[in-house]
Ligand binder design. Structure first.
Ligand SMILES: Nc1ncnc2c1ncn2[C@@H]1O[C@H](COP(=O)(O)OP(=O)(O)O)[C@@H](O)[C@H]1O
Ligand SMILES: [Mg+2]
Length: 148
């Protein structure tokens, strides 16, 4: 079996990528790992500014949210007949996606063109750009047909 890593952030873009991957990959030949990365505090711009109790609460919410996002995509792939598992990690988002893909020796990374940031001026989101530039394997960046 080949392995695809599908990176999800809960955005409409990543949901579309999940559906697209389920449409185009052969479930007899591919298994799926769904990954969500909880951004590091440094990436969130929170390092050493917010009170520890607040950070702890925020992290807990992010972890619960991460599990929901990942579970939803895993269930979707299973419903579509794929062997699928979920992974949640914390760290620099782009780096962690690339490293996990390497560690798991995946054959493909799939993701949306954009995500949650809402920076509509960007053609490619920053995480998508990082992964395209650093991945060890092919990257499928799913743009909505006719969309931005
Ligand atoms: N924290 C994350 N964990 C896993 N995948 C992510 C994460 N953030 C973004 N992605 C993936 O990267 C795609 C592009 O998002 P991104 O580059 O962050 O765009 P934006 O800058 O608009 O947020 C998303 O559709 C999703 O597939
Ligand atoms: Mg983003």
């Amino acid at each position: 079996m080949r392995k695809a890593l599908v990176a999800v952030d809960g955005s409409e873009y990543s949901k579309y990528a999940v559906e697209y991957v389920a449409d185009v990959l052969d479930k007899e030949k591919w298994e799926v790992v769904v990954l969500h990365v909880i951004p590091s505090l440094a990436e969130l711009g929170l390092e050493s500014v917010a009170p520890p109790a607040l950070i702890e609460q925020l992290l807990q919410e992010l972890r619960e949210n991460a599990k929901k996002i990942v579970d939803e995509a895993v269930e979707y792939f299973k419903k579509r007949g794929f062997k699928a598992e979920g992974v949640v990690k914390e760290g620099h988002v782009g780096k962690t996606i690339v490293e996990t893909a390497k560690d798991l020796d995946v054959d493909l990374i799939a993701m949306g063109t954009r995500g949650l940031s809402g920076l509509k001026a960007l053609i490619l989101g920053s995480v998508a750009r990082y992964v395209v530039n650093h991945a060890h394997c092919p990257v499928l960046v799913v743009r909505r047909k006719g969309g931005k």
